[in-house]
Design a protein around this ligand. Structure first.
Ligand code: SF4
Length: 300
């Protein structure tokens, strides 16, 4: 959820080519179709549009092919395409150990582009190549649960790709998650709460929703991970007392800790703390490979 967002060169091209104005007049008849609301980067990194034509800008990765790697979680290192949906019900701002603020880079509300589900599936199909994983992230994707349900159903049936859903774990919808393979929840600790909205525990944490994801994963054989962003040693107790002690049927291997930070310098400050918490508890340490490779570049 914290993968850097802002207009990348490529995103500008993709979004310009596929603006709402263009979509409703081209061959993708979107009049009666659900639409996804995309954030800055939209679908990335890609080299072709929905018609299969080459885009004029190369991907921000510097490669001449579509795709990047998943930087975080159980599937870190796996080649993937990303779909970033707009809007979030939270406003995260973290404080690093040196008091530097680390803001969520997702543009929660502005710069939204509407894309019909068929066209989104077609863009992904045209750009998959050897990539077999698609990550749907945000923002909070489940704010668009109806369009999301339609999108992942069609994406799964037409391409068979593995689909990860990245969510803050405050909204559950059984229909929307039916075709998801990995539920990647990133529940927010108090350290995300410099903003009044996140300071409200009731809004920031919904144990029943997290439990619904766990139960669905257990009942359907899907995979799940809970990723906690940490910067201070005392956050270990919060993870246990506020989350794990209240949840059932969560395997220790499904709990991940990830260092806070948006740059390699930031990660230097927090990685050892995350490492120590992970080893002590038998939890998994999650790298942030995209930051290691690209710093705070966008669209990568
Ligand atoms: S939950 Fe927080 S980090 Fe994730 S997209 Fe929303 S505001 Fe950003």
């Amino acid at each position: 959820m914290l993968r850097k967002t802002a207009f990348s060169r490529l995103s500008k091209v993709v979004l310009r080519n596929m603006s709402y104005k263009n979509i409703v007049h081209n061959k993708w008849n979107c009049y009666n179709m659900k639409k996804l609301i995309l954030s800055h980067e939209g679908i990335f990194p890609v080299t072709k549009d929905a018609d299969g034509s080459m885009l004029s800008c190369p991907p921000a990765t510097g490669l001449n092919c579509a795709g990047t790697i998943q930087g975080e979680g159980k599937l870190a290192g796996i080649p993937s395409l990303f779909v970033r949906l707009a809007m979030c019900n939270m406003r995260c701002t973290w404080k690093l150990p040196n008091d530097k603020l680390c803001c969520c880079d997702t543009n929660y509300a502005a710069s939204q582009t509407h894309l019909c589900v068929d066209e989104a599936v077609e863009i992904i199909s045209n750009n998959l190549g050897r990539v077999r994983h698609v990550v749907v992230t945000g923002g909070e994707p489940l704010l668009q649960k109806d369009a999301l349900a339609d999108f992942v159903r069609r994406l799964k049936s037409e391409t068979g790709v593995h689909i990860t859903l990245e969510t803050n774990g405050t909204i559950f919808d059984s229909n929307a998650v039916r075709n998801i393979d990995l539920f990647s929840l990133s529940p927010k600790l108090k350290n995300s709460a410099s903003d009044a909205l996140n300071n409200d525990w009731i809004r920031r944490v919904n144990i029943n929703v997290i439990q619904s994801f766990i139960d669905t994963a257990r009942n359907t054989g899907k995979d799940i991970q809970l990723k906690f962003v940490v910067a201070q040693a005392e956050e270990e107790a919060e993870i246990k007392e506020q989350f794990l002690d209240k949840l059932c049927n969560l395997d220790v291997s499904d709990v991940l800790v990830m260092p806070l930070g948006a740059t390699n310098d930031d990660l230097q400050m927090t990685s050892r703390t995350a490492f120590a918490i992970a080893v002590k508890n038998g939890w998994r340490y999650s790298p942030r490979l995209h930051i290691n490779l690209f710093g705070n570049e966008t669209g990568v």
